[in-house]
Design a protein around this ligand. Structure first.
Ligand code: ATP
Length: 793
């Protein structure tokens, strides 16, 4: 954590309503909050960042005033934007979501109108309908991603196999010329990769990576700009297809969680801001609180479709993403997950000829023919696998972080990021070709279920086992490692393959392409798991319990646990996708927990590392140790910019222009103009104030709007509230007043200045708050606390 210096707010006198009328051009206002902010030290992890104060402050302010966030450095790119001052970003760029319901007069009026059993049942039914729709649409999107990947990969690998057979096979060309297939392979890799990277870089940079850190941050309460837009979904879908077809080391499973989240956010709001279309349905769900629950269901449905694991999907959301949870939500999330995996099964089975319903998920690990059994003396071996997975995972996370820091410093231009992605694709193909060329691992045909057996330098009726590992999608390779019969690979083949894949995964995760981390991580684990089993069997040939498939599964679990640090959901996902017996849950959980504990000792999970590198103010589960023993007064910011219950339009306009804060305590019983010491009677949000000014809801004009005003006035502009730039305050309106009585939230969470930091943190987190007002015994404002105060103070 860094030493965070809170914003210095303008003094009351600076923004007194007795000032000259504010100029109306935005450029006349120099934002005073952020520019007064002293330069904080960089976080330990950001020590390499070279900050340019002016640039950073300007960019942070510009971003905040831009509700579209068009010039917003992306979440993902943030981790690379070393030249941007992280402190300014921390201050302003990431805003919080309002999970606390604003129960103002308008909201209560609506409640009164609709507080009857019929309406509540209708709302509940609508909720269920939305969750079911989320499941169906997420599955359809999974099919739209999966089918092109399967078809295009089939074309690619058939062509490459033919090319290798024609150019290299012994009987045709005894000298073996791999150059032509190599060139074809490179071409067929870099074209889709460049296309995908260009889309991500130029059209929607937020789609880079797996999307899980973004979804996790959103569900924690941080607004990540553009994360749940339709455009984001479209780019993500095309991006994943191109990256996987291009042969980059990654999978489509992680991005599915993000896709599900976007689907959920879109369907539940009944409108599309992108297409300027309001279907006038589901209006009651247009607030952050409701939307969050749907997004959670969407993420679970995405994972369920990806792995064909409904319970795993729900647990994944619970373990990885959800910060807030309740019983009803568990039900709905589970239903969305089940519907999603069921729909996917029907559609993919229909596509593949309706022989049987076996396509439960995109990631099909194949079922083990024999039930997986284990002996109790194997448990220490599983634990050792877990420890190794934890060590390797921590090592991988650390290398990947270093590589991404390097990227942040040296790969700054957009075209450079595209070239970088193409280069990594070329490196992958080159290493694969070198391995295929030099490692002579010939196996009899018919022994291996590979779809594209390549003869290469092998005799007739033989195929090259190394080429078989590369000439298929990574999912298919994991499947091979789990199910290939014993003796399908040489020890050398798997050793080199593990090392190369570990390295490739490390340099790939962080490229500007849409790709998940699950498959490469599982693949590396499966490879070394199988390898260890082979080595032990080589040393102790009588050890018949050493089923290489079983140890590949344990290795995959260990590696996944070491990198991702998930335990419950991962074990259930692995069991559901392999059809392992419930009794095998024990070895899996032993392995995963060992991996997590060992990994946690060295580094955080890769998603958390990414979130930290991006300076997203995500609240941890527990208060940071450095604040233990602190009091509210040590965390809060003061003086606080407050607004009187009846205040002048001019003052409100001015504070909105001059400060970037999103919440202002509403006070009464004020002495003179010294609002700071008023008694708290509510809190009002920046977005509400802007809507009030835009709609000219002045007290003096009450007769014109009193009858029309309702909570809908505010809901209609949700979630893209206009910025203060869109407000014009002509001279004649400057002396009008705004009465906040019906707009403000009259019951903000208040704490005493002596309350302990750990107590208020629990309250803040449990209620999903955005602001907490610190008061003295007389209910007068003494300070304010936001999520950033729990992280950077
Ligand atoms: P968020 O960004 O979480 O949506 P916010 O924009 O209102 O909320 P922050 O950006 O988190 O607030 O606040 C940055 C700093 O400013 C914090 O230290 C916080 O305590 C302080 N702060 C927030 N609101 C006010 C206010 N009305 N007056 C004075 N200081 C404030």
């Amino acid at each position: 954590a860094s030493s965070f210096v809170p914003l210095q707010n303008p003094k009351e006198s600076e923004i007194s309503d007795d000032d000259e009328p504010p100029a109306l051009s935005p450029s006349d206002f120099e934002p005073s909050c952020s520019t007064n902010n002293p330069q904080p030290q960089q976080a330990g992890s950001s020590s390499t960042l070279v900050a340019s104060e002016n640039t950073s402050v300007r960019s942070a302010n510009a971003l905040l005033e831009n509700p579209e966030g068009r010039n917003h450095p992306t979440f993902y790119l943030r981790s690379r934007s070393a030249a941007i001052n992280t402190a300014a970003l921390k201050d302003d760029v990431y805003e919080s979501l309002d999970y606390d319901v604003c129960d103002n007069v308008l909201f209560k009026e609506e409640q009164k109108r609709t507080d009857n059993a019929r309406f509540n049942i209708k709302k509940d039914i609508l909720r269920w309908i939305i969750f079911i729709q989320i499941g169906v649409v997420t599955a359809l999107i999974a099919c739209v991603i999966d089918i092109p990947i399967e078809e295009l990969s089939a074309v690619k690998y058939t062509f490459l196999k033919d090319s290798v057979d024609n150019n290299v096979a012994v009987n045709l060309n005894p000298n073996g010329n791999l150059v032509i297939p190599y060139l074809y392979w490179i071409l067929m890799s870099i074209i889709p990769v460049i296309l995908g990277a260009a889309l991500v870089t130029y059209v929607e940079p937020i789609t880079a990576g797996s999307g899980m850190p973004q979804v996790k941050s959103y569900l924690n309460g941080v607004k990540i700009p553009r994360i749940v837009r339709i455009k984001t979904l479209a780019v993500k879908a095309v991006g994943v297809v191109t990256a996987v077809v291009g042969g980059l080391v990654g999978g489509k499973e992680g991005p599915m969680a993000h896709a599900g989240a976007v689907v959920a956010a879109g369907i539940s709001q009944g409108k599309s801001t992108t297409f300027v279309k309001d279907f006038r349905v589901f209006r009651a769900f247009r607030d952050d609180h409701e939307k969050r629950d749907f997004v959670l269901g969407g993420a679970a449905a995405g994972v369920a479709a990806a792995f064909g694991s409904p319970i795993g999907g729900m647990l994944f959301s619970l373990e990885e993403a959800a910060s807030f949870w309740n019983q009803n939500l568990i039900w709905r999330t589970l239903v969305a997950s089940i519907i999603s995996s069921f729909t996917l099964n029907i559609v993919l089975s229909a596509y593949h000829g309706l022989h049987n319903f076996t396509f439960t998920g995109l990631f099909n690990l194949g079922k083990f023919e024999q039930p997986l059994k284990f002996e109790y003396f194997e448990l220490p071996i599983f634990m050792l696998f877990g420890v190794t997975g934890g060590l390797l995972g921590a090592m991988w996370n650390s290398y990947n972080t270093h590589i991404n820091r390097f990227r942040a410093r040296f790969v700054k231009f957009k075209f450079a990021r595209i070239i970088e992605a193409a280069l990594v694709a070329i490196i992958g193909v080159t290493l694969a070709c070198i391995m295929i060329f030099f490692i002579n691992d010939c196996r009899p045909l018919g022994n291996d279920p590979t779809d594209y057996p390549v003869q290469l330098f092998c005799e007739d009726n033989e195929y090259n086992a190394m080429a078989a590992l590369w000439f298929q999608t990574p999912e298919a390779t994991v499947r091979s490692l789990f199910h290939d019969p014993p003796g399908s690979h040489k020890i050398l083949t798997l050793t080199v393959f593990t090392l190369v894949y570990f390295f490739l995964a490390c340099i790939t995760f962080g490229l500007n392409v849409s790709l998940g981390i699950f498959i490469p991580t599982g693949l590396v684990g499966a490879a070394w798991g199988r390898l260890v089993a082979m080595i032990i069997f080589y040393i102790f040939p009588e050890a018949t319990f050493l089923n290489p498939g079983k140890y590949a599964l344990i290795g995959a679990a260990a590696n996944l646990g070491g990198v991702l640090r998930m335990t419950i959901s991962l074990s259930v996902i692995l069991m559901e996708t392999t059809g392992a017996e419930t009794s095998f849950f024990f070895p899996l959980i032993v392995t995963l927990i060992s991996a997590k504990w060992v990994g946690d000792y060295f580094t955080e999970g890769i998603y958390d590392i990414q979130i930290k590198m991006s300076c997203v103010p995500v609240l941890p589960w527990e208060l940071l140790p450095k604040y233990k023993g602190h009091k509210a007064s040590q965390l809060m910011s003061s003086p606080v910019i407050c607004i009187k219950k009846i205040d002048s339009a001019k003052y409100i306009y001015k504070i909105l222009r001059r400060c970037k804060h999103n919440g202002f305590p509403v006070v009464e019983d004020v002495e003179g103009n010294n609002r700071e010491n008023g008694r708290v009677c509510g809190i009002v949000l920046r977005s509400q104030l802007i809507v009030i000014l835009l709609n000219a809801l002045y007290e003096e004009k009450k007769r014109f709007w009193e009858k029309e005003i309702s909570i809908e006035t505010f809901r209609n502009v949700y979630p893209r509230y206009p910025s203060i730039d869109s407000v014009r305050l002509p001279n004649e309106k400057q002396n009008y007043t705004v009465n906040l009585e019906i707009f403000m939230n009259p019951s903000p969470v208040r704490v005493s200045e002596c309350d302990s930091a750990s107590k208020i943190f629990k309250k803040f987190r449990a209620l999903g708050l955005r602001h907490m007002i610190v008061i003295n015994r007389e209910n007068r404002v003494v300070g304010i606390i936001t999520r950033k105060d729990f992280l950077y103070k």
